[in-house]
Write a protein that binds this ligand. Structure first.
Ligand SMILES: NC(=O)c1ccc[n+]([C@@H]2O[C@H](COP(=O)([O-])OP(=O)(O)OC[C@H]3O[C@@H](n4cnc5c(N)ncnc54)[C@H](O)[C@@H]3O)[C@@H](O)[C@H]2O)c1
Length: 385
């Protein structure tokens, strides 16, 4: 079986998540980076491609040229999918161009600039029949998968309460004025969209809450704030959640929680038990019971599910982390591409990849969080798309 050929848009020198995508894609030896349009600056795009040892004719200075030039190559040479790792406003136009040229898409989140684009993207996917993955990387952790399966098996009983928090502290002062380009575009409405905090990290928290609990957020009561003076977009949010099974929850996301790193943590409580998982201790999952002590599950042990095992690479006690979780998203997506090409059904691992459903749900959540916060009406029902 040949490696799957990947192209990349964004992720040039000095970029953050593009390099993470490349490491994750490379981890299992299944994917080869064959081309890219790494920057909007032509010189930087060229330098970035050179540093990655790509042949100069496969390093493009704009993504539209990349799509047409790759489509013109022989089938066994051209890229098979593109990873989109640009700021948010380009996710949709790049995805559209890629799908129209016949390429599958792996996009970073938030899926698009606004909800309307996400709905259009869903239509294009329907028309083209091509594949779409969304890198909600936290769902790639083996113990997050274990948590989801335990809830689905009814071990906790009917879910009543979900508490999810994603505090960061890196935007507690005006980093956007301090030559921090990641901060600058995240706080620019023309590049980020209508939200900074909820669009950047709140959407991960909402996705994780739905993934693990197996129930969907149906209504929200939101309070978003731009604490740092001069910001057009929120840097903090507190959101009450109602789920479609009657469960209730709390989502906290913040970029101004001084001293916090990427302290994503979730607690889920059902009628019979609870669970707790934290991304800063990702190889531990706590199960909590009324009549016995807390149970501590650890990555790579034989008592975990086949799905958790399939998403684990090293033996017990050798910690796995963010890059491996990200690589698990890629392995699921690659499984989808191979199944697509061979005309076979998806296995459990390949089916377990965030896609266009999560894209639409995420954009729906962001738009309604902003609308709810601006409104005096207490509860906002999320429309069903
Ligand atoms: N899944 C996650 O956990 C996660 C984590 C961080 C960032 N992200 C998402 O990834 C995306 C990128 O974030 P980042 O922090 O890496 O940003 P970044 O600013 O570090 O990188 C963006 C890159 O896109 C390039 N770019 C801009 N316009 C371009 C164009 N027209 N053509 C080609 N390249 C272009 C820039 O030159 C830069 O290399 C964002 O959408 C962000 O929300 C996701």
């Amino acid at each position: 079986m040949a490696k799957i050929r990947m192209g990349m848009v964004g992720g040039g020198e000095g970029a953050f998540i593009g390099a993470v995508h490349r490491m994750a894609a490379a981890l299992d030896g299944e994917i080869e980076l064959v081309c890219g349009a790494f920057s909007r600056n032509a010189e930087r795009a060229r330098r970035s491609g050179e540093a990655l040892h790509l042949p100069s004719e496969r390093v493009y200075t704009d993504y539209k040229t990349m799509m047409s030039a790759e489509a013109a190559l022989p089938a066994e040479k051209r890229m098979q999918f593109v990873a989109i790792v640009t700021p948010n406003h380009l996710h949709y136009p790049v995805a559209e161009a890629a799908l129209r040229a016949g390429f599958h898409v792996m996009s970073d989140k938030p899926a698009t600039f606004n909800l309307q684009e996400a709905l259009q993207l869903r239509d294009i996917l329907g028309e083209t029949g091509l594949l779409y993955g969304l890198s909600h990387a936290y769902t790639g952790y083996p113990l997050v998968k274990e948590a989801r399966l335990r809830v689905a098996a009814g071990e906790l009983g009917a879910i009543r309460k979900v508490v999810v928090e994603y505090p960061q502290g890196w935007l507690a002062d005006r980093q956007e004025d301090a030559d921090n380009k990641q901060a600058a575009w995240r706080l620019d409405p023309a590049q980020a969209g209508i939200s900074s905090c909820i669009g950047d990290i709140g959407v991960h928290a909402a996705n994780l809450a739905e993934y693990i609990s197996g129930v969907n957020i149906s209504a929200i009561c939101a309070d978003l704030t731009a604490f740092v003076e001069g910001r057009a977009l929120d840097d903090d949010g507190s959101i009450l959640l109602r789920f479609d099974n009657g469960a209730k929850g709390v989502l906290m996301a913040s970029q101004v929680s001084v001293g916090e790193e990427n302290a994503l943590k979730i607690r889920v409580y059902g009628e019979k038990g609870g669970l707790e998982w934290s991304q800063q201790e990702p190889n531990t999952l706590l199960l909590k019971w009324a009549d016995r002590p807390i149970e501590i599950l650890r990555t790579a042990n034989g008592y975990l599910s086949p799905l958790a095992a399939a998403n684990t690479r090293t033996p017990t006690g050798h910690p796995e982390g963010y890059l491996e979780a990200f690589a698990n998203i890629y392995m699921a997506f690659i499984g989808q591409i191979r199944a697509f090409e061979n005309g076979v059904a998806l296995d459990e691992r390949s089916a377990d990849c965030p896609g266009i459903t999560e894209a639409v749900r995420g954009m729906n959540f962001i738009e309604n969080a902003v609308a709810a916060s601006a409104s005096d009406v207490k509860w906002h029902t999320l429309p069903n798309y």
